[in-house]
Design a protein around this ligand. Structure first.
Ligand SMILES: C[S@@+](CC[C@H](N)C(=O)[O-])C[C@H]1O[C@@H](n2cnc3c(N)ncnc32)[C@H](O)[C@@H]1O
Length: 273
């Protein structure tokens, strides 16, 4: 599949996810949710009750992330934050609360339905220091050196040009600015065929980088102080139902997969000079 085709598939998938939430259902990182609840081990229970109480229910229902970058990014009042692939807007709205009225939170997404959902969630939340931009994370529609923090939640793994995304994040960050990203990462060797099967289950891990690749791509883009902290470790049982329904022999692949797909919090800094 060409890069353009992959982007269209991603757009279609997340457009559908946004429409499900608009119709009162739930979104889910990997497979379609069963009933109204997403029991996806990647997406569920990422936000605590205090955070959930600060945002509209629909923003929480639309969560498709694999971490909670806002909680870990140490945002300060007055800062400008950009969320790459902002989806239904949950992390943008939480960031806006943290940076306060003297700060600003931008969300960037390429999917119209997601942008519509995010803007509706902003209206319901009644926050004004927020702006949702339409565009691609490979070509960020903001000037050089314009934000203090770039966050992202389970999106960079979906990009077919991760080097370009990281270069763009570096460009828009002010000197000394921070990258604080939640993403799915692969640890160790996973045979290609098995990786493809697991990827069928969780759309969110399609294109996940190995830990060492992530580090070297960040360094190549110019970042320093790179760190990668596991936040969840997945076992094949997490995908038991979905894999079995696709005819995968779960017991046979377990030893090759267990513990190798993780959610991680990735930090890096643009040098001050
Ligand atoms: C897995 S969802 C995550 C949404 C949100 N970060 C969250 O935590 O709920 C991925 C989102 O990224 C957007 N997206 C994926 N690839 C993108 C790209 N190349 N440029 C802009 N947005 C993209 C999709 O439209 C979708 O809204």
């Amino acid at each position: 599949m060409s890069a353009e085709n992959i982007k269209e598939v991603v757009k279609e998938k997340y457009g559908q996810a946004a429409l499900r939430v608009i119709k009162g259902g739930s979104s889910c990182c990997g497979a379609a949710p069963t009933g109204e609840v997403c029991a996806d081990p990647i997406t569920s229970n990422l936000y605590d009750t205090r955070e959930a109480s600060q945002i509209p229910e629909e923003a929480l229902q639309a969560s498709l992330g694999c971490g909670n970058p806002t909680a870990l990014a140490e945002l300060k009042p007055g800062e400008t934050v950009l969320d790459l692939g902002s989806g239904g807007g949950i992390d943008v709205l939480l960031s806006a609360k943290r940076v306060g009225p003297s700060g600003k939170a931008y969300g960037l997404d390429m999917t119209d339905e997601m942008l519509a959902l995010a803007r509706e969630n902003q209206r319901k939340a009644g926050v004004e220091n927020v702006e949702f931009l339409k565009g691609e994370i490979e070509n960020i529609p903001l000037p050089d050196n314009s934000v203090e923090v770039v966050i992202s939640n389970c999106v960079i793994n979906l990009s077919v040009d991760k080097d370009r995304v990281l270069r763009e994040a570096f460009r828009v960050l002010k000197p000394g600015g921070r990258l604080a990203v939640s993403d799915i990462v692969v640890r160790g060797e996973v045979p290609a065929e098995i990786r493809r099967n697991v990827e069928l289950w969780v759309g969110c891990i399609a294109g996940a980088l190995a830990e060492s690749e992530y580090r070297s791509k960040l360094a190549k883009a110019g970042f320093e102080a790179v760190s990668l902290e596991p936040t969840r470790i997945y076992r094949v049982e997490d995908a038991q139902d979905q894999l079995s329904s696709k005819g995968v022999d779960v017991d046979a692949i377990a030893p090759l997969v267990n513990g190798k797909f993780i959610s991680a919090f990735i930090r890096a800094r643009k040098p001050k000079a």
